[in-house]
Design a protein around this ligand. Structure first.
Ligand SMILES: [Zn+2]
Length: 453
């Protein structure tokens, strides 16, 4: 692949590799099928995990992949299989294509949804990760001359490690936020005149709060672009709007998974969704009811990464619910889009009085109210059914009467938008956690729950 394109005029659409990103859809598919064929041949010969999986699926020899129909003959891979594989073959499992001494990077998943998975990368696959992130940054208009602040702790969670390397590889100055409190990060961001902030959506809001406490007006800083991952927030309209207002910046959503790669990004046309990098990933959509897999439509996203040969995933069930569309985007890219971003994880979906509810939909209703600084969704069992209660931390300075009114207004907003009745309660300022990494805003509690007053 090529390096970053030259610096573009202000306001112009920027690409990492324009030729590939705007390729005719048939040519794009031919390109990815070619890479897929090579990948499957190598994995089928060398990778113990896939050799076993495909053998169990009744494939007596390594299949030759020339079309999407050929791909559909391969079984799906699940996260549970990876977890079991690592438990049975500690510490890394058997998804490694090469001997261990070929691997140079160790990372693990954040563990927000269970046992963390460990993941290794070779030099080549790490370079591929970095390249995938370069697409993300260039699509957000980031390039030489930018100063990119990473609000991230740089521990074993893969988070923004590859983003950090990609930013320097495309000529931007990188500002690491590891080993610092939020106060120190706010000052570093201000002193270094960061132009770009990369962090989770929740943390962008928290850092804005801390900056203000430190006498730094986030909207008056040099930050003009924010890029977010780890939670769906930057594709939730009300949350996105709030981040943009707080920072006086334009926000971009990014979608990636530790075990898969940096696969999605928002472009400068902001069509209300995320492009999937189809030069580096093959995406399919699984209908959870029928079990049918299609090239577009609504359901669970299934992904194959094409450049991580040392630890590949082929037809991996992400558990993320999406609507994959292929209509043209004003930015000129021919990559498919996840309309509205990632709508939620299959694991997170709540069923409240028979209505399917993603926490992201509740977030969109709650964040429409500027008086709410932080919130938590509590789920509890009552009469053998899941019930939801929303705890709201309201902005200081309002009277008890105003708070009560606001709480009712938020509950009504949720009822109108989602069609479910929930209890909403105000909690004292500063009682709800401010996450740095992935926010855990959905909490299961006993029927009575903690006394919120
Ligand atoms: Zn676009």
């Amino acid at each position: 692949m090529l390096g970053a394109e030259p610096v573009a005029a202000p306001g112009a659409i920027t690409y990492f590799n324009r030729a590939v990103e705007t390729l005719d859809p048939d040519a794009l598919q031919a390109l990815s099928l070619q890479r897929l064929e090579t990948l499957v041949a190598e994995v089928g010969a060398e990778n113990a995990f896939y050799r076993r999986l495909w053998h169990q699926a009744g494939l007596s020899e390594v299949p030759v992949i020339r079309s999407r129909r050929d791909l559909a003959r391969l079984p799906l891979t699940t996260k549970d299989q990876l977890v079991v594989d690592q438990l049975e073959h500690p510490p890394y499992g058997t998804v490694l294509t090469y001997p261990l001494d070929h691997y140079v990077r160790y990372h693990q998943t954040s563990g927000t949804t269970g046992v963390p998975i460990r993941w290794l990368d070779t030099r080549e696959s790490w370079a591929w990760w970095t390249r995938c992130w370069s697409f993300v940054l260039r699509a957000a208009g980031v390039g030489p001359g930018d100063r990119v602040m990473f609000g991230f702790s740089f521990g074993p969670f893969i988070g923004f490690w590859a983003g950090f390397e990609a930013a320097s590889s495309i000529g931007a100055l990188t500002l690491p936020g590891g080993g610092q409190s939020s106060k120190l990060r706010a000052h570093l961001l201000g002193d270094a005149a960061a132009t770009v902030l990369v962090c989770t959506p929740s943390y962008a809001l928290h850092l804005a709060e801390v900056a203000r406490e430190e006498g730094i007006d986030p909207a008056a800083t040099a930050v003009r672009t924010t890029i977010h991952a780890g939670e769906p927030g930057a594709s939730i309209p009300a949350t996105k709007r709030r981040i943009e207002e707080q920072w006086g910046a334009v926000s971009y959503d990014h979608y990636g998974l530790t075990e898969v790669g940096a696969m999605g990004f928002e472009c400068q046309a902001h069509p209300g969704g995320i492009h999937v990098n189809e030069a580096e990933f093959v995406v399919e959509v699984l209908d959870p009811d029928s079990g049918e897999v299609a090239a577009e439509g609504e359901g669970e996203l299934v992904v194959t990464n094409l450049g991580r040969r040392g630890s590949p995933l082929i037809r991996y069930r992400t558990r993320d619910r999406v609507r994959l569309v292929r209509d043209p985007c004003p930015c000129g890219r021919t990559f498919a889009r996840l309309d509205g971003g990632v709508r939620g994880r299959s694991d997170d979906m709540l069923v409240v009085r028979g209505v399917n509810v993603f926490p992201s939909a509740i977030e969109d209703a709650v964040r429409r109210h500027p008086s709410v600084d932080e919130f938590r969704i509590e789920v509890f069992r009552q009469d053998h059914m899941d019930q939801v209660r929303v705890l709201l931390e309201l902005h200081a300075g309002s009277s008890a009467e105003e708070r009560n009114r606001e709480v009712l207004t938020v509950a009504e907003e949720i009822r109108i938008r989602l069609g479910i009745r929930v209890d909403a309660l105000a909690v004292p300022e500063g009682t709800l956690p401010r996450p740095e990494l992935k926010a855990k805003r959905v909490v299961r509690v006993d029927a009575m729950g903690p006394d919120p007053s």
